[in-house]
Design a protein around this ligand. Sequence first.
Ligand code: KG4
Ligand code: ZN
Length: 338
Amino acid sequence: MNILAVESSCDETAVAIVRDGRQVLTDCIASQVALHRIYGGVVPEIASRMHIEAIYGLADQALERTGLRREQIDAVAVTYAPGLIGAVLVGVNFAKGVALAMGKPLIPVHHIRGHIAANYIAYPELEPPFLCLVVSGGHTMIVEVRDYTSMHVLGTTLDDAAGESFDKVARVLGMPYPGGAALDRAADGGEDTKYALPRSKPGANPYDMSFSGLKTAALNQIHHALQLGETLDIPSLCASFSAAVSDTLVPRVVRAMEETGCRKIAVAGGVAANSRIRRDILSAAEQMGAQVYLPPLSLCGDNAAMIGAQAYYEFLAGNTADMRLNAYATKSIVGERL
Ligand code: KG4
Ligand code: ZN
């Protein structure tokens, strides 16, 4: 089954064609990052306009690159939530138009379910059940993936997402948006114990977490050093910060493995590219005899291939939509039938 998948929830416009959920025939992406960088973050209005300009050409490019004719597309999938509402609406409307014109089923896909499904592309042997640490720019959660379309959230961040806190600290250090990857690179060779930073303690739900205190503590260290005229050891600050984020995430993942008995752990989302988190998850899993699934860096950030992968399983579960499909800025990953 060939699925034409559309992603436009934030600052990447993407169209992919994915066969049977696992084989990416093409993944075309137009990134707007350079444009938003001028403003230090995504400007929603600009993002929506850029999606409108890029989306049609990308769909044409996807067909051209695969040599497929329109009749050879079996369904159209689209991210319908969560994201910047104007941006998501562009993709949803485009996908509705294409599905209607071609007389093909329309498959709505939750963006975070898509991030999880990036692992199905990278690991053909991966099948639910497994645990997934989702760490993106807007979401941080530990999910029990019970089946392809059945998820249970063990815990989430109570405030900022991990990616958001990376970006904020990077921005104050003068790194260009989105600063997570730059902060990761800057941590290279730094001392991860040089700056004392807090770790979020388990609360009523031991899987829930918080990053806003950590972010504020890091910003205070930076401002304090500036006020005193001290030279900041940037590699060490970045290494200390990355270690604190990882120490917030990884012990909760270990606990989830212990309590559920599950020994398969996947990581998903843009922050899954972080070298410290990857390293720590690998070593924690090794100690527990667990199998780890880390998507290649190309599949960590936003792309449409992951939407096409998840769409296949949504289709098999009967989760299609009609022309009344709407877009949503927020929506639980647990989901309801549309
Ligand atoms: O999943 P994603 O592409 O977008 C959302 O759905 O939110 O995640 C983007 C986030 C940004 O905050 C970006 O700075 C972060 O992923 N990121 C990283 C790294 N690469 C990307 N954060 C830390 N270390 C990295 N290597
Ligand atoms: Zn994303």
